[in-house]
Design a protein around this ligand. Structure first.
Ligand SMILES: Cc1cc2nc3c(=O)[nH]c(=O)nc-3n(C[C@H](O)[C@H](O)[C@H](O)COP(=O)(O)O)c2cc1C
Length: 337
């Protein structure tokens, strides 16, 4: 998810679940070819298994971008045929490609020819006034002929005329049965359902009908949802780590990244929901929101947040005061300069 599932987010999510497959934000083929590859594609080995999602509609550029992605170590290359933003439509990729199955098939064929890992597609059930029954079947049949075995289907249409990208994630009605019917008709394909799934129970309810479930916003807002997945859905007998344990294990990563010049809030913004629904969740979030973006904010900010979450309040509050006054002094010193 753009601006959300960057590598820091994925490293954090991986501490919660070893088995869940993670995806990057969409990166356009042009960005991969002409941009800062290390920044766009670099990731920590602990993130595996992880797929790179590409955006584009030029088969040869996508093939080259996929190859570069595999050189970076990605386990899967996914093509975005679901993103409805205007910017994306003008570049002729994302959800508007639902109307061009042959072109998507060409892209998939070119990518498959250039990489040894699976090439998958994320799409919608349809766009605008397409008939979600016949058009989706035709789209999937055409793209499957090019060798795509896995389709992740966001179970709502994208209305490209009239709705903003944000509205397109909520307004068009969810049609889970349409995705279930796709699996019934194409049992040999791997069909993963996405859209509006907010709990593991809801995810489990779909699993008799499809091969997998993808969680977006719910996993970001309440990442601890993932901690139960290995046990509940993959049958692992390892006990899930506690929220505090996850935070403790995240801290050395944060310290190492701070040492490389990454700003604290680039990492901590992804963990604001870790204590979702727990006592002191709000204080934990507030502490990070108020302190992690300050110049020079270091690991001590996260340590204070950990103590707040753990209920070690007094010491944490004293430290917050100290931090606030030193941050205020630093900003006075700056303004005097
Ligand atoms: C901030 C944000 C960014 C997103 N970026 C992407 C993206 O880069 N690629 C993509 O395929 N979907 C993207 N999506 C859509 C989600 O992957 C997902 O399909 C959608 O949110 C519905 O699933 P959910 O209800 O579980 O969130 C994004 C969603 C959000 C909220």
């Amino acid at each position: 998810m753009m601006e959300w599932t960057d590598r820091h987010c994925r490293y954090f999510l991986r501490l919660l679940s070893r088995r869940t497959f993670l995806y990057t934000e969409m990166v356009t083929a042009d960005a991969v070819l002409y941009g800062d590859r290390d920044r766009l594609l670099g990731f920590h080995p602990a993130e595996h298994p992880v797929g790179l999602q590409l955006g584009g509609s030029d088969p040869s550029k996508l093939a080259e971008a996929a190859r570069i992605g595999v050189d970076f170590g990605y386990d899967e290359i996914n093509l975005n045929v679901g993103c409805p933003s205007d910017r994306v439509q003008s570049g002729r990729f994302g959800a508007c490609l639902m109307a061009e199955p042959e072109l998507v098939a060409e892209c998939v064929a070119a990518m498959r020819a250039s990489v040894p890992v699976p090439v998958t597609v994320k799409c919608r059930v349809g766009i605008d006034d397409q008939d979600a029954e016949a058009s989706l079947d035709r789209f999937v049949a055409t793209v499957a002929q090019a060798g795509c075995r896995t389709f992740i289907v966001h179970a709502r249409k994208a209305w490209l005329r009239g709705l903003s990208p944000r509205e397109n994630r909520d307004v068009p009605p969810l049609d889970y049965e349409r995705v279930h019917r796709l699996k019934e008709r194409r049992p040999e394909l791997e069909i993963v359902l996405n859209g509006g799934i907010e709990s593991l129970a809801a995810a489990e309810a779909h699993l008799p009908h499809v091969d997998g479930v993808m969680l977006g916003r719910a996993a970001y807002a309440d990442p601890y949802l993932l901690a139960e997945i290995d046990h509940t859905l993959f049958g692992s007998d390892e006990t899930p780590p506690s929220r505090l344990k996850v935070l403790e294990v995240f801290m050395p990563y944060v310290e190492a990244e701070l040492g490389k010049g990454t700003r604290l809030n680039q990492m901590t913004r992804h963990i604001l929901g870790l204590f979702h629904g727990q006592p002191r969740a709000r204080a934990f979030r507030r502490h990070l929101a108020e302190h992690a973006h300050l110049d020079g904010a270091g690991i001590e900010v996260l340590e204070a947040a950990r103590r707040i979450a753990a209920g070690e309040e007094r010491r944490a509050i004293a430290e917050i005061r100290e931090l606030s006054s030193s941050a205020a002094m630093a900003s006075c010193a700056r303004s005097e300069r």
